[in-house]
Ligand binder design. Structure first.
Ligand SMILES: Cc1ncc(C[n+]2csc(CCOP(=O)(O)OP(=O)(O)O)c2C)c(N)n1
Length: 390
């Protein structure tokens, strides 16, 4: 592995109340969330933040190999959007997938073990950071090919429509993906078939090191990309979990309701008729990642001041302020939640450390090998039978 590690791992956020964070406010006007739900969302964001800090530390200690993309800064996107789904609504995403998996309910132990390459990992340690998968929680993978998950999202939605279920798919991708062919093909099919899918752009402004304005035509008007396919478009503030939640709740409900009657009638809908709700939606969520593209990113493409300014709007601090200002939780309670999140992340590392390595035989399971393919005459080469490795 040739990656250089330039990310600081010792700097830790403290989650403070409003006195320390004047700028951090959340828009609560449209939110009708119960106090329990708000606290649940805070705990979920804290869980991701503390998990990711431990992930960075473990990476620096070389417990984790390969590429590793950290979700810090984007917690409100996963928590707000997934918080608005039914537990069996499928989700699928890109390689920046830790936050999505945790928000969907994956046990952090299995997530950490996956990155440590251990058999107890969510994909038996074979996928690593970029390929979390959790069928039980309807998390259909992190996918490393930029935009590759867009057709998968459309496919999952097609299956829902075909089986006349009332689920909605959330398909996540970064701003780099909007320039991929797969994105456009998926948009086209989703639109003409009125598929129940929300395409979620986690718009953190940067691809690896390229600002969206340098790499994407019409970057300031992404609505055009939805309009080109006759698709509904919506936006929300990805640093404000309540805005994310309420916007997603509205659009998920629209998608769910739009798809059902057409199944009943068994017809392809004339979804472009005026006022008609349409199934698929393109959701532009404006967010920010505080860390580099991956653990090996020296971040020379953006100013420190820019990152610091965004950190003033930290999504976790904003919700903390809201809870304290509205007497929903005290600072002491918040400290306790945070302590629990830290302990859980630490326990995940311990579990991953102590888990057994993947047995060598596992290298030959869960893969597709065609024994009648190029090896027809001589049978499988020894390597593929595992003999070279005995
Ligand atoms: C088809 C393809 N091309 C190039 C790459 C290399 N690559 C990995 S991540 C990335 C940038 C993607 O950025 P974005 O979609 O904005 O996601 P973010 O990392 O910001 O979440 C690139 C070009 C790839 N994985 N797949």
């Amino acid at each position: 592995m040739t990656e250089t590690n330039l990310v600081e791992t010792n700097s830790e956020t403290t989650f403070m109340g409003s006195a320390a964070q004047d700028k951090a406010e959340v828009d609560t006007t449209s939110s009708q969330l119960s106090n329990d739900k708000l606290i649940e969302m805070l705990k979920s964001m804290m869980q991701i933040r503390r998990f990711e800090e431990r992930t960075m530390q473990s990476y620096m200690q070389q417990k984790i190999g390969g590429f590793c993309h950290i979700y810090i800064g984007q917690e409100a996107v996963a928590v707000g959007s997934i918080g608005a789904t039914k537990p069996d609504d499928p989700i699928v995403g890109a390689y920046r997938d830790h936050g999505l998996a945790l928000a969907r309910g994956m046990d952090p132990k299995y997530a950490m073990a996956e990155m440590f390459g251990k058999i107890t990992g969510c994909a038996k340690g074979k996928g690593g950071s970029m390929h979390f998968f959790d069928k039980e929680h309807h998390m259909y993978g992190g996918h490393a090919i930029v935009g590759g998950q867009c057709p998968l999202g459309a496919g999952l939605a097609f299956a829902i429509q075909y089986e006349k279920k009332d689920n909605v798919v959330l398909c996540y991708f970064g701003d780099g993906a909007v320039n991929q062919g797969a994105f456009h093909e998926a948009f086209n099919l989703a639109s003409i078939w009125n598929l129940p899918v929300i395409f979620v752009l986690e718009n953190n402004s940067y691809s690896m090191g390229t600002h969206i304005n340098r790499g994407t035509a019409m970057a300031n008007d992404l609505r055009a990309k939805a309009e080109a396919y006759g698709m509904r478009y919506a936006e929300c503030d990805g640093l404000d979990v309540l805005d994310v939640y309420t916007t997603f709740k509205r659009e998920i409900d629209r998608t769910r309701n739009a798809a059902n009657p057409q199944w009943e009638r068994g017809i392809i809908p004339d979804y472009k008729r005026e006022g008609a709700p349409v199934g698929p939606c393109f959701m532009n969520v404006k967010t920010y990642r505080y860390k580099g593209h991956s653990m090996s990113d020296p971040q020379k493409y953006r100013a420190k001041e820019e990152v610091e300014a965004k950190q003033e709007l930290d999504p976790i601090n904003r919700l903390v302020n809201h809870l304290i200002d509205n007497n929903i939780a005290t600072q002491d309670q918040i400290d306790e939640f945070d302590k629990a999140a830290k302990a859980e992340a630490q326990a995940a590392v311990k579990f991953a450390n102590e888990s057994p390595e993947m047995p060598i035989e596992e290298l030959f399971t869960d893969i597709y090998v065609n024994p009648y393919g190029p090896y027809k005459k001589g049978g499988l080469p020894q390597m593929l039978q595992g003999k070279d490795l005995e």
